[in-house]
Design a protein around this ligand. Structure first.
Ligand code: ZN
Ligand code: ZN
Length: 142
């Protein structure tokens, strides 16, 4: 979907995750997640950049998304802002935004919603820091 270099293991994780899952992205106020069945998922490698060339993967975060969100994530109209600490997220309409957004997703470590102070901003094509940097990351709560 967003990342084209998924491995077979990633594809298997996606298939397992989206069974009976609902979209975990924001559809606005007064919406119910179960109205948005998941049809695809993000796989986000969380790890550590050891050096410029070396990267150690600690775990993978898999986020189920519905058809509408999957389409928005591959189009040029929307940018998703996603907090790795609280999974809070919202969409930005690029045409209406004050800033110029190019990425489909921007990952935050901490946002105003979870009271976490802003800990960094990561683009979809960057390594995302290891689990220890995200004590409250969603998959740790399971
Ligand atoms: Zn959705
Ligand atoms: Zn947050």
């Amino acid at each position: 979907m967003v990342t084209s270099n998924y491995t077979d293991a990633d594809e298997a994780a996606i298939a397992a995750t989206i069974v009976d899952a609902s979209c975990e992205l924001n559809h606005g106020p007064a919406t119910v997640a179960s109205d948005y069945p998941a049809v695809d998922a993000f796989v986000i490698p969380i790890g550590r950049q050891l050096s410029e060339m070396e990267y150690e993967e600690v775990r993978k975060l898999v986020i189920p998304v519905c058809k509408d969100c999957a389409e928005s994530l591959s189009g040029d109209e929307w940018t998703l802002i996603y907090c790795l600490k609280c999974s809070g997220n919202h969409w930005i309409n690029r045409a209406l935004a004050r800033l110029k957004y190019r990425h489909h997703v921007l990952w935050l470590s901490g946002c105003p919603e979870c009271g976490g102070k802003f800990g960094g901003l990561y683009f979809a094509d960057q390594a995302i820091p290891a689990a220890k940097d995200f004590p409250n990351a969603p998959s740790e709560d399971l």
